[in-house]
Design a protein around this ligand. Structure first.
Ligand SMILES: Cc1cc2nc3c(=O)[nH]c(=O)nc-3n(C[C@H](O)[C@H](O)[C@H](O)COP(=O)(O)OP(=O)(O)OC[C@H]3O[C@@H](n4cnc5c(N)ncnc54)[C@H](O)[C@@H]3O)c2cc1C
Length: 484
């Protein structure tokens, strides 16, 4: 039986592990932390179940990646559909609801942005093309001859409509006559789902993620981490291993292949194939001198990912009783987003008692932040910066949820060092690479023939849905290699 060692129990690692197990592999997942899910995990603190990062669960529509994985594995996710708004975006003068129902959404954008109908029609058309390609397992960017051969098979005549936009950005689709409010609204949606705003986001990729609110968004009972917990239970029930507190510190290689993973507990795990649920920078550290030149060049030349500043808060439910669980606040539409000017807020659903002590709700507030601004700071300067960001983010939250600060009984700020510590992502870089061009997308290759990356560093990048698609592709690749 072929053996796979998976480094990291994030959504990418767990999904790939489960799919390989299903295909007859013996799998061992080694996780440094004490719970699964990484950035999409849920941790417990003082009676709360707080989401570590991800809160909005999409991709549960009938052809969506989570649904497909559940069908393959024969498992059920602990989810219930969101029927009203996936989230509400609060601009200074108006609140726009991202209704799940397409007809209701069309009426919403016509009311707020009557000039934007053609933009949304194009967006819907491209999103359909992109999501259908992903449902046909379009292996992008191809890394083997087999994948190159599969590309044309996934294309359809209607795919051609997107061809003229292959090198375009979302900004090329925007209406000629626009407003700062509309641009900020589109940019805000893109930033949380493509890690890039309309000036930079790839047109096809951007169009597909702007569709997210209408692509099977769900409440996850028990918090986002319940998805990863479901995968861990399935892997263990089917004979696979998931080991916590097993930080991999190095990879042993021989003749251009990985041979064993070495852990901080001085254990050695041999396998035929290794999947690393880490960023390229982390992989380079694990490989040390054996890191291939291509990986070394990549880590020197690639721009850093975003960091995140977050607040985990416990708020009194009687004061913060809004039924919509996700909100985005854009404070000033004329200023760059992130850094407290755009804040995403998620509240635990009112009917999920597992998430907070009686009478309370678990909340997470997050904003994109440049990691370089947090580097090299003394402990005092770092704490001062954290305190200043906390004030900014809480002030923004008041726009969407008046009385938030007064209703909070617990406030836990977290910044890039927090993410570096808990998710083991170097420098606290989260969310994957900004998706600016299909032609600079990163594939799963590492330069070693039996070592692959999974997770949000590989296309299609961030989100539980995106990472799941990437993991499905890598599991197929690895299994195909074994057959050959
Ligand atoms: C603040 C924030 C908000 C977000 N919001 C959303 C959202 O609303 N919806 C959404 O879908 N996505 C969201 N995302 C993105 C989403 O969380 C990620 O894209 C996705 O979860 C990343 O999965 P991954 O497979 O790359 O693994 P990661 O989450 O990076 O997990 C990797 C795992 O590997 C472990 N690990 C790392 N190194 C080692 C090692 N050497 N040895 C052993 N174990 C190791 C880590 O401990 C971790 O558990 C958000 C992210 C953040 C940070």
């Amino acid at each position: 039986m072929s053996r796979a060692v998976i480094i990291g129990a994030g959504m990418g690692g767990l999904t790939a592990a489960a799919l390989l197990l299903k295909r007859g592999w013996q799998v061992t997942v080694l996780e440094a932390g004490t719970y699964p899910g990484g950035c999409a995990g849920t941790f417990t603190h003082k009676g709360y179940r707080f989401d570590a990062g991800a809160t909005l669960a999409g991709g549960f529509d009938p052809a969506g990646p989570h649904t497909r994985v559940a069908e393959i594995l024969g498992l059920q996710w602990p989810v219930t559909p969101i029927h009203d708004a996936a989230w509400a975006t609060h601009l200074p003068e108006q609140t726009i609801h991202q209704w799940v129902d397409p007809a209701r959404w069309r009426a919403e954008y016509q009311t707020h942005f009557p000039f934007s109908a053609r933009f949304w029609q194009k967006q819907e058309q491209f999103a359909k093309i992109a999501w259908e390609l992903s449902a046909r397992d379009f292996p992008w960017p191809p890394v083997t001859l087999g994948e190159v051969a599969r590309l044309p098979l996934a294309l359809r005549p209607e795919t051609l409509a997107a061809a003229p936009y292959l090198f375009r950005k979302i900004r090329h689709l925007l209406p000629r006559e626009t407003t700062p409010e509309f641009k900020a609204f589109v940019d805000g949606s893109l930033l949380i789902s493509a890690q890039a705003i309309s000036d930079q986001a790839d047109a096809l990729y951007g169009a597909s993620v702007l569709d997210l609110p209408r692509r099977g968004v769900m409440h996850v009972r028990g918090g986002m981490g319940a998805i990863a917990e479901t995968l861990v239970n399935w892997i263990r029930a089917n004979g696979g291993q998931v080991e916590y507190r097993q930080r991999v510190t190095g990879l042993e290689t021989v003749n251009g292949a990985a041979q064993a993973a070495l852990t901080a507990k001085e254990m050695r795990f041999e396998a035929d194939c290794f999947l690393a649920n880490v960023t390229p920078w982390a992989l380079e550290t694990l490989l040390g001198e054996a890191a291939p030149g291509s990986l070394q060049r990549e880590t020197r030349s690639r721009a850093a990912m975003w960091g995140a500043f977050v607040i985990h808060a416990g708020v009194r439910a009687e004061k913060i009783s809004h039924p919509i669980t996700h909100h985005q606040v854009i404070v000033d539409v004329n200023q760059p987003l992130g850094e407290g000017n755009s804040v995403f807020i998620s509240l635990s659903p009112l009917d999920d008692a597992s998430r907070a002590p009686a009478g309370m709700r678990a909340a997470i507030l997050s904003t994109h932040t440049r990691i370089r601004d947090w580097q090299g700071l003394s402990e005092t300067a770092y704490q001062e910066r954290k305190a200043a960001y906390a004030q900014k983010v809480l002030t923004a939250a008041e726009r969407a949820l008046p009385g938030f600060r007064a209703a909070a009984e617990l406030i836990l700020p977290g910044a890039p060092r927090t993410y570096a510590f808990y998710t083991h992502r170097p420098q606290g870089m989260v969310g994957g690479f900004p998706q600016t061009s299909l032609f600079s997308a990163r594939g799963p290759q590492t330069g070693l023939r039996n070592l692959w990356l999974v997770g949000d560093s590989i296309f299609p990048g961030q989100s539980t849905a995106g990472v799941t698609l990437g993991a499905m592709r890598v599991a197929g690749l690895v299994n195909g290699q074994k057959k050959r």
